[in-house]
Design a protein around this ligand. Structure first.
Ligand SMILES: [Zn+2]
Ligand SMILES: [Zn+2]
Length: 257
């Protein structure tokens, strides 16, 4: 129903996020009573607490991930093949909670395109769990989300990275800066583009928005890490705005490439 309301509002040509936000907050406030979520968001296991079943929690701690970027690697490898080849990244490091596959992939799709905004809670929990696992000692000054272009915001009715980013920031006790970056180029989704093509597409895709980044250690949040080019373009923009460091965390990363 919220998705329908959203589409209705979007059709009228405005960013009427109000009904979506209101329904979302109602759902979150009464969530466990009226909208019980009793399945694992990654594998669908029944009867678990809101986010991850014990098997998926175990998997998250055991997955072989590149130490520098969010790519999953072959077991025993410290770096992915791009980082082994010496690719420079403007961020300190990146992590993804889980591989982009199976039910999680479907759920991210529902979250982005199917109006299932309430999935922000399990996704925020997943990302926070991963950030704490990966970087237990890092204290961020600010959290920001990779923004969507105004055209897509109009289609979807909400900015999915900002929705879950807001919750994740709260859970990590970090101030959230909505609108810190602007997406000034309406780029197509990453799928189907090679890394080099993606790099060209993402050039100058982001611009400074509102708020200050100067001197800050920033946690940048997004839904999927694919080629890493989006994270790089955002990080470059944040560094130009004077940020001291950028760390990237996403819900999922595409499988080993
Ligand atoms: Zn599971
Ligand atoms: Zn890497």
């Amino acid at each position: 129903m919220s998705g329908m309301l959203n589409r209705l509002c979007a059709r009228k040509g405005g960013f009427f996020l109000f009904p979506e936000r209101l329904l979302l907050r109602l759902r979150e406030a009464f969530g466990q009573t009226f909208f019980p979520q009793r399945t694992c968001v990654c594998c669908g296991a029944l009867g678990v607490e809101p986010v991850l079943c014990p098997a998926c929690q175990k998997k998250m701690t055991e997955l072989a991930v590149c130490s520098l970027c969010a790519s999953f690697t072959e077991p025993g490898q410290l770096f992915c093949r791009f980082c082994r080849a010496g690719e420079k990244k403007p961020f300190e490091a990146a992590v993804a909670a889980m591989p982009y596959q199976g039910l999680l992939r479907k759920n991210i799709h529902r979250f982005k395109y199917g109006g299932k905004a309430w999935l922000r809670r399990p996704f925020a929990d997943m990302v926070c769990r991963k950030v704490k696992l990966a970087w237990p000692e890092v204290k961020f000054d600010l959290a920001a989300a990779v923004p969507v272009h105004a055209n897509r915001l109009r289609q979807r009715g909400y900015d999915q990275a900002e929705l879950f980013g807001e919750l994740a920031a709260a859970e990590l006790d970090t101030p959230f800066a909505p609108g810190l970056l602007l997406r000034v180029k309406d780029t197509p989704p990453s799928a189907g583009y090679k890394k080099a093509e993606r790099r060209i597409l993402m050039r100058d895709a982001f611009a400074p928005g509102k708020g200050q980044a100067a001197g800050a250690k920033i946690l940048l949040l997004d839904d999927i890490y694919t080629t890493g080019e989006t994270a790089k373009a955002c990080s470059e923009c944040l560094l130009k705005m004077g940020a001291a460091q950028v760390w990237v965390a996403t819900i999922a990363a595409t499988a080993l490439r």
